[in-house]
Design a binder for this molecule. Structure first.
Ligand SMILES: NC(=O)c1ccc[n+]([C@@H]2O[C@H](COP(=O)([O-])OP(=O)(O)OC[C@H]3O[C@@H](n4cnc5c(N)ncnc54)[C@H](O)[C@@H]3O)[C@@H](O)[C@H]2O)c1
Length: 326
């Protein structure tokens, strides 16, 4: 029987012609139907039609996974983070879950780089000012050169960012709770022993950790209290790793100097989220991975993995391969 693949994305916003072509070649029915973030009923309705799901933001929890387990055989996340999917619950439901590791790392690292440079020089304000007819609309800013940049998380994106910063005269501090390879010379960074050293000693702190039970809300007032008053916080990973109320307070009181955020706790944000109006905060709309190159790399991996799965093999990037035996 013809396999059906559901993609939770709007094809008018993301070019999916590569997937169209690949799935036509493989003989799958391809349903492109975006649904609202957090809509469990629609997730179940769509899941019941799909043998494989290309997941974006729909909630895969105990309830939704249990409801679709007789139909959905495989879920692959369109991206690196799998925080919208309860993987232990997927394992109990017998559904393997994969992601697309690394495919979007250059795009997200570039976004972090854009935020780092922008928050120092207020580039966006200047452009906005000129559009309004203000000349000069420049605010005297701070350089990246000569600064210490602290990275929390040294996976695909953290490593790309270090590569991109090589042209700047920066000292890079890194804390990663799980990696084994901490060869400072090889990576050209200084590995530190704990998170606090990152917050205490950096002029710019950039977050590159996944959203997990452990990291949820972990970047909070205790961390902001350690930061230099002149320091900036950059977040291109997940809004949920930050305690947003604490961040707002730290920015309002001058505990830290500013922030560049690609992600927020609630997306889309409420109109009255104070972060959207603060002069020293720059918010982009979770656009980190949105480059043509990143979309293409992701779609190649996704199509390969779905073909592999339907041919009876377990794709390399499945996070719960034990599901086979459960
Ligand atoms: N803004 C965007 O559009 C966008 C796009 C892609 C990914 N992301 C986010 O960025 C995150 C990182 O992506 P990646 O590809 O680098 O992932 P990755 O898995 O390659 O790297 C994450 C790193 O974080 C480390 N880590 C985990 N928990 C930690 C902790 N408590 N303290 C310190 N280090 C910890 C891991 O050991 C790992 O090295 C993703 O989980 C995702 O949420 C955002």
């Amino acid at each position: 029987m013809k396999k059906t693949v559901w993609l939770n994305l709007d094809e008018n916003k993301v070019d999916v012609t590569y997937l169209d072509k690949r799935f036509a070649e493989s003989g799958y029915e391809f349903i492109k139907c975006p649904i609202d973030t957090g809509d469990e009923e629609k997730t179940i309705e769509m899941g019941k039609k799909a043998d494989a799901v290309i997941s974006t933001w729909e909630p895969w929890n105990e309830r939704t996974l249990e409801a679709v387990k007789d139909k959905v055989q495989y879920i692959v996340r369109y991206g690196a983070g799998t925080d919208n999917i309860d993987i232990p619950a997927a394992t109990r439901a017998g559904i393997p879950v994969g992601n697309v590791p690394g495919a979007n790392s250059a795009a997200v690292a570039e976004t972090a780089m854009l935020h780092i440079l922008n928050v120092g020089r207020r580039f966006a304000h200047c452009v906005e000012g000129v559009r309004k007819g203000i000349w000069p609309s420049t605010i005297t800013g701070t350089e990246l050169d000569g600064k210490t940049v602290g990275l929390l998380g040294f996976g695909h994106i953290g490593k790309q960012l270090v590569r991109m910063m090589k042209g700047f005269d920066v000292k890079v501090l890194v804390y990663d709770a799980y990696i084994q390879d901490k060869d400072s010379e090889k990576w050209g960074v200084t590995f530190v022993e704990n998170q606090d050293e990152i917050f205490k000693n950096s002029d710019i702190v950039s977050l590159h950790i996944p959203l997990t039970e452990e990291t949820q809300g972990s970047i909070n007032k205790e961390k902001f209290a350690l930061m230099k008053k002149s320091a900036y916080l950059i977040n291109t990973c997940r809004g949920g790793v930050i305690n947003e109320e604490d961040l707002i307070e730290a920015l309002k009181t001058g505990q830290i100097a500013g922030a560049g955020l690609d992600v927020l706790c609630q997306e889309p944000p409420k109109k009255d989220n104070p972060l959207l109006q603060m002069e020293n905060v720059f918010v982009t709309s979770h656009m980190g991975a949105a480059s043509l190159e990143s979309e293409h790399r992701s779609q190649v991996i996704i199509a390969d993995c779905i073909d592999e799965f339907f041919s009876g093999k377990m794709p390399y990037n499945v996070k719960n391969p034990e599901v086979k035996n459960s």
